[in-house]
Ligand binder design. Structure first.
Ligand SMILES: [Zn+2]
Length: 322
């Protein structure tokens, strides 16, 4: 039977339960720690902030959370492990790389000029899934890839190719980041043409596009779509995300949608003050927003408990468990 890697060891698909498919422990852009005035939190302090925030999902029955942070966004699996221990949640961490504009370490920029980085990235992904991350012994349970707005750069294409190859051999799901849903069909097509299993691909952040014809051009590839940015109204309003998911549910696609919020407990660096006009547009953004607000609204619009269960429980179990 398929075993799923969590940061505390393998679990069976049946143990997953209600699952948030795309969240983050912290958000830390490459270079944050080069800021002399960045906040220096003790690791234990940071772990407490993350555990307190993550822990709130338990009251809504959540059992599993995927920390979709890629290697180049200060993914920290020790932090994941402590939070899993403190909260009792299953936490699945990822191996992978972010999109070129906000990720792509200079290391890879340099190396790609002379070396075959598709092979090197593939070896990294394989190692982190089958052997472990660093010396922690923690194994990645998913592969994260990402592309730019309206483009897949040559670097991103290499990451996707390496991910498809590692997925083919290990069977772990690929979770993607799109910029507002752009390049969704292209991501799916590229991954599948490189041998990835469509049933184990989630094209992420598709809730940033309200065009049902576009949504179906992604779903038609056999993959799932992530409605995984609820509460980030300054990127795309929740009411349009809601209209879109209602449309897809009405068409019978409950088995192709997963829900999450792409939230983080802390942004690392110098304290960040959002401009006034953004404040109300992120007021609801939290790990519990879909339970407090979105699911009740969907139910009011006629969505059944079975459909919610499909999106929160059955789809994640099938995507991870096969
Ligand atoms: Zn994310």
């Amino acid at each position: 039977m398929t075993k799923i890697n969590t940061v505390l060891g393998p679990i069976s698909p049946e143990q997953m339960g209600p699952t948030l498919m795309h969240e983050h422990m912290v958000l830390a852009y490459p270079g944050w720690d080069a800021d002399a005035l960045c906040e220096h939190l003790e690791f234990s302090e940071l772990a407490k902030i993350c555990a307190d925030a993550f822990g709130e999902v338990k009251q809504y029955g959540v059992k599993t959370v995927v920390d979709a942070s890629p290697n180049d966004l200060w993914r920290n699996v020790e932090l994941d492990r402590i939070v899993a221990e403190k909260t009792g949640l299953n936490i699945i961490c990822a191996t992978g790389m972010y999109y070129e504009g906000e990720g792509m370490p200079a290391y890879l920029k340099f190396r790609s000029q002379v070396m075959d980085i598709v092979t090197e990235l593939y070896e990294t992904f394989m190692h982190e899934i089958t052997v472990g991350i660093g010396k922690t012994g923690i194994k990645a349970g998913a592969i994260k890839v990402a592309t730019s707005h309206g483009a897949i750069t040559p670097y991103e294409e290499k990451v996707l190719k390496a991910a498809a190859k590692a997925q083919k051999e290990t069977g772990v799901p690929i979770l993607t980041h799109t910029q507002q849903g752009t390049m969704g069909p292209e991501q799916a097509a590229l991954l599948i043409s490189e041998g990835a299993d469509a049933k184990k691909i989630v094209i992420g952040h598709m809730c940033g596009n309200a065009n049902l014809e576009y949504q179906m051009s992604v779903i038609d590839k056999g993959v799932c779509v992530g409605f995984d940015r609820w509460g980030i109204d300054f990127l795309f309003p929740d009411n349009l995300r809601r209209a879109t998911v209602l449309g897809l549910l009405g068409l019978g696609f409950a088995d192709r949608i997963v829900l999450s919020q792409d939230c983080n407990a802390k942004i690392l660096g110098r304290p960040l003050v959002m401009p006034d006009f953004i404040q109300p547009l992120i007021a609801n953004w939290s790990y519990t927003h879909i339970f407090k607000n979105i699911i009740p609204q969907l139910k009011q619009a006629g969505v059944t408990a079975a459909q919610v269960n499909q999106m929160l429980v059955e789809n994640p179990r099938r995507i991870f468990g096969g």
